[in-house]
Write a protein that binds this ligand. Sequence first.
Ligand SMILES: NC(=O)c1ccc[n+]([C@@H]2O[C@H](COP(=O)([O-])OP(=O)(O)OC[C@H]3O[C@@H](n4cnc5c(N)ncnc54)[C@H](O)[C@@H]3O)[C@@H](O)[C@H]2O)c1
Length: 384
Amino acid sequence: MARKISLGIVGVGAFGQGFVQLFRDHPCVRRIALCDLDSARLASVAGRFKIAETYASLDDICKTDIEALAIITQPWLHAPQAIAAMRAGKHVYSAVPIISLPDGDQMLDWCDKLIRTCTQTGMHYMMGETSQYRPEAMYCRRRAAAAAFGHFVLAEGEYFHDVDDPGCNLRDVAKARLGKHWDISKSGGVPMHYPTHSLGGLLSVMKAHAVSVSAIGYAMPNDDWFRPDAEAGNVFGDETALFRLSNNAAVRLCEYRRIGHYGREAFQLLGTEGSFTDGPGGCHWVTRHGAQAVPRDEMRDPLPAEVVEAWQHSAGEGKDFYGGHGGSHAFLVHEFVDAVANGRSPAINAWVAARYFVPGIMAHKSALRDGELLKVPDWGDGPA
Ligand SMILES: NC(=O)c1ccc[n+]([C@@H]2O[C@H](COP(=O)([O-])OP(=O)(O)OC[C@H]3O[C@@H](n4cnc5c(N)ncnc54)[C@H](O)[C@@H]3O)[C@@H](O)[C@H]2O)c1
């Protein structure tokens, strides 16, 4: 087994709490700390998970000798906090996206700063993109490694999350994250500024990146959420993009926040020899000879036996330990801890993260210009 590391979780809010047990009980984590500005929340989560070491702010935890931080704070804080942590000598795991701001050019600038900080400090950064470790993506990566798709022709990716989704209402999420800073000027946002769930999984299969994009936006009549007078000034509740990839394939991407649908975070992949489809009837591997159903529980990659044993023990015999978003949480935690413990670059490093994020920024720019074809900037492959 690899050496054991020390790790702190910064931000134990609604999402961060779901990662505490997985990080705490990973067999390669020997010391764990929690950190949050909200002292009552910090005390409650520390008590629930029986964690004694706590810090009141990112600044405080950066002064310790803890090696790695998992930053799960509000999305507009991610890039500056990740950069500050790396400058303080910490390896960083960050919740998605790289950063969320109304202005696309500012976000491109933060991507550049993040990548330069990785190069300058030698610290590892990983973006916790859940679609990378959904079972469907793992299955398709194995199929791609066996050359079963032939040449990729088209990928279709969707993230449907209606503003008024009864399970996760985006109005409530925005209000909770902003707290007393909430007002109607903070409503809306830009759907394509959060493209990582629809794009990350399919790009990880094709090992290709976007080179150009043309996109269009849909503005719902009388929309009270996507408003021209809000900070983002965006009226598009739905954005649809067509990308050309570096492998010559096309990607059709839908980022929809105004959609009469229960919600969907999924992709389909069509190749010259085989295809993967994912619909209401389940997932199928499709060839010229027919379609074969692929059960979801056969899609996952195996985790190391000692990691499974530790997490199964902490969850309780027979209980699911994989966590949310298709069980991706467990794989994200393992990938980051294993990368830090072994001194290697994580799978979704800053260069890969930019490839999952920047295409959406350019798609929105194109939508604002009625579909003008735009180039997508790229920072290269990064470290192997
Ligand atoms: N599928 C996914 O990948 C997915 C799903 C949900 C949320 N997320 C991401 O997770 C992140 C967190 O979301 P959430 O709903 O838990 O937010 P939240 O507002 O509930 O929690 C954020 C926490 O960070 C803390 N914080 C902020 N600045 C800090 C600092 N300087 N030092 C210490 N603590 C600090 C806050 O006090 C708060 O408790 C978001 O960026 C969101 O985009 C990703």
